[in-house]
Design a protein around this ligand. Structure first.
Ligand code: G3H
Length: 576
């Protein structure tokens, strides 16, 4: 099926300003980046997508990383090859379709939502602005499809998931391209996200077969006063319709981390992608379509949060919500009905550095943990709490490493790429200016061009500065010097977040005591915070979230326990 690709020219209208575009204010002059003369059309076949040439001069799209894969499947790029059917190519504008009832559809609204490329700050793609009526239809079909999916053998559900995983990995290049264009994810990381997602789906299929293939058997005589007259059989049953809302920073991976457990457990799935990241999500959903999942089981509905957001999350057809994002999740939690919720809402992950720590190891982890994907990870190191006696040495080491970070477009696989939006860049700048005004030490000069913010380490940050508490979601990292470990733990626990944290010391006994004292869902000892490997439990406390993720926990969360009790007329004892 996959070799029989249909190639179609995709020429989206990138010049028409959309009424939904949020990018109307030009904050600063446009970023000037190195020109790459070789346009994509030279490295893909001539019928592949042309829209790349409209934009950013640096469209070489990480040639070294992706060219091999492009050749592998006939030059298909985002919106090309097998993905041609997910776009409505119009005379003046092209809009990605939404997915419902096993088909790619245009919204009856006739409207679209623009997706702004963080690097060029111009419209890169457009997606359908779906209506509430379309949400209703999707919910109806999701409900109907779930009934027969729940009767589909578990091995068959797993088989389809494995197939989707393979198709997804086969198409890593076009999906990575969408990630680069929509969310400015560095090229290598974009490819990694897709591959990691395929692995997650496969692991989930295997875990589901084991976990859901087993139940429990209880007998009544284990409880005081009872004879063995009751046999209780427990199994896990699906919840119904799961609504998945992933964030912009991992639109593919954090979507499949919800989709795969929902499906293996016998649920149907409605996906509402983030606006930036929607096109990557639509490509990923098409891989599930190609795998042959039943009609209506998976839907992907795009549109403005203001029009369909609350309508979706408060829809009576939804039986479970899995959300990753910001404090919108708190609002969703308050409005959602009596349904299971899985929420991951960010963090202010602290890195506590003791006097005996290996400072080279700490510096590497701070730079990786604080600056990868320009700090736009909920698990990024967001505040360093270092013992005063080793602070100078550590700051010097971190500074040296920060100086080596490359800054530029995601196509060049730069370490630091533009942050997702102008409003995000403005917010980060606000935190930086506040720290400056209150006397933080700038280890580098603050530099910004459009949405691109150069990596910045702020030393001597004090608790009265906003950056000490707020999550910049950008490449700015505060260092607070502490006089005691207790001071570090106190700062960590005073945060309204409690996602992850880390501690660096060679003394495992101290590390354990500190880990136990830190009010966070996870503490990493001698490494930066991270969600993965993706089967590990992942959870936050306080404003960081509800429930626990990771493959096993997500499957469990998306099921409920059902029991059947066999009542015997007389007690029956084994071998009795
Ligand atoms: O942004 C939130 C993600 O769950 C973080 O995942 O630790 O793999 O970057 P990561």
């Amino acid at each position: 099926m996959l070799s029989n690709v249909v190639t179609k020219t995709y020429v989206p209208d990138c010049s028409t300003a959309s009424s939904f575009s949020t990018n109307t204010t030009i904050y600063r002059r446009r970023i000037t980046l190195p020109r790459k003369t070789r346009a994509l059309s030279l490295i893909t076949n001539s019928s592949s997508v042309l829209h790349h040439q409209h934009h950013f001069s640096s469209v070489s799209l990480s040639k070294s990383i992706l060219v091999g894969e492009e050749r592998e499947f006939g030059g298909a790029m985002a919106g090309g090859g097998v993905f041609a059917e997910i776009i409505d190519v119009g005379d003046s504008t092209s809009v990605f379709k939404y997915y419902a009832d096993g088909e790619w559809k245009k919204s009856s609204s006739g409207k679209s939502v623009a997706i702004v490329n963080p690097t060029t700050r111009k419209t890169q793609y457009k997606v359908q602005a779906c209506t509430q009526e379309e949400v209703n239809k999707v919910m109806e079909t999701a409900k109907a499809a779930q009934k027969s999916w729940a009767k589909t053998p578990l091995w068959r559900r797993a088989e389809l998931l494995h197939k989707a995983a393979a198709i997804l990995k086969d198409h890593k290049a076009p999906i990575a391209e969408a990630l680069i264009k929509e969310i400015a994810k560095p090229a290598k990381d974009a490819v990694t996200e897709v591959v990691r997602s395929g692995d997650l789906i496969s692991y989930c299929a295997e875990e589901g077969v084991r976990l859901l293939g087993e139940g429990a058997f209880l007998v009544s005589d284990s409880f005081p006063g009872n004879e063995r007259t009751k046999y209780c059989l427990t199994s896990k049953i699906p919840l119904g319709v799961v609504l998945a809302i992933p964030p912009f920073n991992y639109p593919v991976n954090l979507a499949v981390s919800k989709i795969a457990p929902a499906l293996i457990a016998g649920n149907s799935l409605v996906l509402k992608p983030p606006t930036q990241g929607a096109v990557s999500c639509l490509h990923m959903v098409h891989c599930f379509h190609l795998a042959g999942f039943p009609k209506g089981l998976i839907s992907c509905i795009t549109g403005k949060g203001s029009e369909i957001g609350d309508f979706l999350t408060m829809h009576p057809g939804v039986n479970c919500i899995s959300f990753t994002g910001g404090d919108t999740g708190i609002a969703i939690s308050k409005k959602a009905g009596m349904i299971p919720l899985q929420m991951e809402l960010g963090g202010k992950d602290a890195c506590i550095v003791l006097e005996d720590a290996d400072l080279d190891l700490v510096a590497s982890n701070i730079v990786k943990g604080g600056f990868s994907y320009s700090g736009q990870r909920c698990t990024a190191v967001k505040v360093v709490l270092v013992m005063e006696s080793v602070a100078d040495a550590l700051v010097e080491k971190v500074k040296a490493k920060v100086a080596k970070l490359s800054v530029g477009p995601p196509e060049d696989d730069s370490d630091i790429t533009p942050v997702v939006s102008e409003s995000s860049a403005n917010f980060i700048e606000g935190l930086v200016l506040d720290a400056k005004q209150k006397g933080a030490t700038f280890c580098q000069e603050y530099k910004r061009d459009g949405n691109l913010i150069w990596p910045l380490l702020l030393d001597n940050v004090r608790p009265d500065m906003r950056i000490a508490w707020e999550e910049p979601f950008g490449p700015v990292l505060p260092v607070i010097r502490i006089g005691s470990v207790e001071e570090g733990i106190h700062h960590c626990n005073a945060s309204n977040f409690g996602l992850q944290g880390c501690v660096f010391t060679k003394d495992i006994n101290k590390a354990m005591l500190i880990s136990d004292a830190m009010e966070t869902g996870t503490v990493q000892i001698n490494s930066a915070p991270a969600r993965g490997p993706d089967h590990f439990p992942f959870q936050g406390i306080k404003d960081s979230g509800i429930g626990s993720q990771g493959i096993t926990n997500s499957i469990n969360m998306m099921t409920k326990v059902k029991t059947t009790v066999i009542n015997l007329p007389t007690p029956s004892y084994t071998m009795g």
